[in-house]
Design a protein around this ligand. Structure first.
Ligand SMILES: [Zn+2]
Ligand SMILES: [Zn+2]
Length: 383
């Protein structure tokens, strides 16, 4: 774990969504061009049902290239936008489950650290009625996706992304994400992705130290920091609370560099990957956006007195990164998102790796859940 490997303590990885085209391994080359520590990819066209078929050796080639990569330390996948696990339409639901399963198969094949998913919309019918469907769909996909069955391959969790809050989209609050996690009974194969633009648009103000602390406290109380598989680090084209999903380049939107810094500099997020999904000049994140994100992170770390070590490390970020590049430990072992916290012991991580053994995972999760539930109730009562 990281505390035993000082050279891997470079903090937040800054990554970027990269476009498709060409051989699969070209995604890594694009990450290099951007100076990104991590990449996010679509496993197929995000607005079409038709799955892209990858031969097993193509996936294996990607895994091999990613495993030893000197600067791109993690790959995340983003699921198809058409998927709606909350729909009451049986045909759409069936297609969604099939598509999610195909997405997850590819993500696993690539050795991805997580598959980010927009859960979908109940179109105003209410979340409660949709929860059993959502839970069933997640379980079917997680149980049925192809698995390369490599002993040293980390699990690929499905990461539920928070929503900006329009049109009955599930995940418009952290409480709704908690409800979905409860519905899957804390299944260790399900985590979350927090999108900073969606959070802002849904009316959560984390742009001050106090506000950011409150968000982290709420995450702790509702489902725990271990569930955060990655962040989407996006500024906002639209105002606070506008419930619209419109990304802006980091520092150029209504959140601004200081607002983003307050959250991503939080020490509780020191081990997460923050992925840019920003327009750039219309063609996605640029190297300048990645650099801007790193500057925002450094600013956020410096805003936190009492975490001077991190701030210092960040100021000297490039030597730290160079050290990481030579660390085969870090580069070769992308931990599953649910086992990323520095506080995790080896034993805990080992338990989390056997995520598919539902019995032990379920019991552990249930115990954790009881503890979290108590805190959450206290919070609810006091607010
Ligand atoms: Zn997304
Ligand atoms: Zn978005």
């Amino acid at each position: 774990m990281s505390e035993h490997h000082p050279d891997s303590l470079q903090g937040v990885l800054i990554g970027a969504h990269v476009r498709g085209g060409g051989p699969l391994t070209a995604r890594l080359d694009r990450g290099v061009e951007l100076g990104a520590d991590a990449v996010q990819i679509f496993t197929q066209s995000p607005r079409a049902w038709k799955p892209t078929q990858y031969a097993p050796d193509v996936l294996a080639a990607y895994r091999d290239a990613a495993r030893g990569h000197e600067s791109v330390h993690a790959t995340f996948a983003h699921a198809t936008y058409l998927i709606n696990l909350a729909t009451a339409d049986e045909t759409l639901f069936a297609r969604s489950v099939e598509c999610l399963t195909a997405n997850l198969s590819v993500a696993r094949g690539m050795g991805a650290a997580g598959l980010v998913l927009h859960v979908g919309s109940h179109h105003g019918a209410g979340l409660d009625g949709a929860l059993p469907r959502i839970a069933a769909a997640l379980k079917v996909a997680l149980d049925n996706a192809d698995d390369p069955k490599e002993a040293d391959l980390p699990a690929c969790p499905i990461l539920l992304e928070n929503a900006a809050g329009s049109g009955g989209t599930v995940g418009r609050t952290l409480e709704e994400l908690e409800c979905v996690l409860d519905a899957v009974r804390g299944d260790e194969r399900v985590g979350v992705c927090i999108d900073t633009q969606h959070l802002w648009a849904s009316g959560v103000d984390y742009s001050t130290i106090e506000g950011a602390d409150a968000v982290i406290d709420e995450v702790r109380a509702r489902f725990g920091l271990d569930r955060i598989g990655c962040l989407h680090l996006n500024d906002s084209k639209v105002p606070f609370g506008s419930n619209r999903d419109r990304h802006e380049n980091p520092g150029d939107g209504s959140i601004g560099a200081d607002g983003l810094a307050a959250l991503i500099g939080h020490p509780a997020l020191a081990d997460v990957t923050a992925l840019l999904e920003v327009p750039g000049e219309g063609d996605g994140p640029r190297a300048t956006d990645v650099a801007a994100a790193r500057a925002i992170l450094a600013k956020g770390e410096a805003m936190r007195p009492g975490h001077k070590d991190r701030a210092h490390k960040s100021a000297a970020a490039k030597p730290a990164r160079a050290a990481v590049a030579t660390s085969t430990k870090r580069a070769g072992t992308v931990k599953p998102a649910t086992a990323k916290r520095p506080a995790s012991t080896k034993a805990e991580s080992a338990t989390k790796r056997t995520v598919s053994s539902a019995t032990s995972g379920g019991t552990k999760a249930a115990a954790a859940k009881r503890a979290v539930g108590t805190t959450a109730k206290k919070r609810k009562a006091s607010s």
